[in-house]
Design a protein around this ligand. Sequence first.
Ligand code: ASP
Length: 337
Amino acid sequence: MRALFCVVALFLMQATAFADTPIRLVIHGGAGTIDRSKITPELEQQYNAALAQALRAGHAVLLRGGPPVDAVVAAITVMEDSPLFNAGKGAVFTHEGRNELDSSIMDGSNRAAGAVAAVTTIRNPILAARAVMQRSPHVMLMGAGAEAFAKEAGLELVDPSYFRTEMRWKQLQNAIKEQKILLDHDGPAQPKDEKRGTVGAVALDAKGNLAAGTSTGGMTNKRWGRVGDSPIIGAGTWADNRSVAVSATGTGEMFIRSAAAHQVAARVMYAGETPAAAATHTLEEIAAIAGDGGMIVMDAKGNYAMKFNTEGMYRGTIGADGKPWVGIYGEPEKPVP
Ligand code: ASP
C-alpha cells in the first residue's frame, strides 16, 4: 500500500514537474537568400555551433528560474559577440562605412519594452535595450543619447572598429560597386548573395511568462539614418503573455508597414489562430507588399513556430531537456550533438 502510494505520489510529482516546466527558448540568426554553394560544411558547422551556444546560454537562465527577459538577453549576447551574424560584431555597414546597430526587447508579463536605434559604440545593443526598459521611463533611445544613457548604465562601450569584419566590408564594397539599392520600398531589391543575419530570441519560463528580443546591424548600404523594424516594438519584436512572443527578420520596411510582430499576436489573440498559422498569414501579408523574411513565435503554453518565406533562416530551439535543435534551410531542425 505504502509502495503504491509512493509510486502514485512520484508519478504526480513528475506530471506536475512536467506541466510546470514548459521552459523553452527559440532563436533565429536571420532569414534570407542563404546560398548553399557558399556555405561549406565547416561554415555550416560554425553556424550550428554558434546557434547551439546561444541556445544553451538562454536555457541555463531558464533552468535556474531566471526571467525570460534574461534568457533572451543571454542568447542574443552570444550571437551579437559572434562575427557570423549581422548584429554586434559582424554587423553590416552603412553606405558611409559605419556600423549602426538597432535592438529591442519586450517583457510579456507586463508589456514593458525597451529599444535602441542607430548606436555605434555599444558592444551589446540588447543590453542597452534591456537597460532602457528596466532603468529609464522611456521605450526607445537613439544615437548619441542612447550611448550616453548606456555609459551611465555602466554598459561596455567600444571603439566602432570593434564591429568591423572583412566579409561585411567586402559586402558593402560590392553593393556600392553594383549600385545595389537595398532599400527600395517598391520591390524586392536584395542582392542574391546577401546574408542578412539579424538575431532574435523568444523565451518562456516555467510560470508561463514570455519575452522577446531582436538585434541587428540593419541592411548593407543603408543611408540617411535608416532604421528598420528590429528596434520597433510591434514590428520586429512583441511579447504578451496573453498571446505570443515574436522576433522577426527580413525586409524591415515591409515588416514595419505590416506591424508584423503585433499582427501575429493580434491574429492569435483576437482571431484564435495558432502561432504557426498566424506567422504564415503575416508572412503572406508581407509578401503581398513585396517583402520577405521570417519570424519565430511562441505562446505561453510553449507552442512555437519558426517560419520563413526565404531560402533559409538560421534558427534553433531548446526545451526542458536541454538538447539544442538547429536548422538553416527548409529541412526540419536537427539535434546538435
Ligand atoms: N529586419 C532587419 C532590418 O530591416 C534586417 C534583417 O532582418 O535582416 O533592419
